[in-house]
Design a protein. Structure first.
Length: 188
């Protein structure tokens, strides 16, 4: 005898947004492959790296009239079952009517052990499918290491792995960020 399991249908972005609309602000939800996922609160080390990077990105972004924002969701009009929330998003243009951008310039994820495979896998593929995205930064918590996925004017992405003494080139923001600045105030 065989037994067939019925899988719940994939949730669509519109249904997901309706579901989380009345959730408390302190809850952070992502839609990953059609499944609503409640995110665990990040650790203090993770948050310190996010804040350090956010300050550096904000300084560069503001010169261009752009913003570096934590906790902003992303959407792609061609993918209706995925709405992740990266650690930081740099975007330009008018303020959003909701918490979801379709036009990020830079996205950054600080790796956590529980999300590392997704951040370097499915999320990376989703982010790289966003037409406006110029760079995706993957920042390690336990070592001074940043992976920079970037593209020029064409469709091809390049990867650079940077260490403590390197700088992160961000030509679309007209500057660079020292890798060491991301770990300011933290022991390595």
């Amino acid at each position: 005898m065989s037994l067939a399991l019925r899988r719940a249908p994939r949730m669509r972005v519109a249904d997901f947004i309706a579901m989380i609309r009345d959730r408390p602000d302190e809850e952070r939800w992502e839609l990953l492959d059609g499944e609503a996922v409640l995110m665990a609160p990040p650790g203090e080390r993770h948050q310190q790296i996010v804040m350090n990077l956010g300050r550096q990105l904000a300084t560069l972004a503001e010169k261009l009239g752009c913003r570096a924002l934590p906790g902003l969701g992303l959407r792609n009009d061609f993918i209706d079952d995925y709405a992740p929330i990266p650690d930081l998003v740099v975007r330009c243009g008018p303020l959003l009517p909701d918490g979801y951008a379709r036009d990020p310039l830079i996205v950054a994820e600080v790796l956590s052990p529980s999300t590392m495979n997704n951040d370097r896998g499915r999320k990376a593929a989703f982010y790289q499918g966003l037409q406006t995205l110029r760079a995706y930064l993957i920042v390690y918590q336990d070592e001074a290491r940043v992976e920079v996925c970037s593209r020029g004017n064409g469709p091809d992405w390049s990867l650079r792995v940077l260490g403590r003494d390197d700088t992160i080139p961000l030509p679309d923001l007209g500057g660079e960020i020292p890798v060491a600045a991301l770990y300011h105030g933290l022991p390595l």
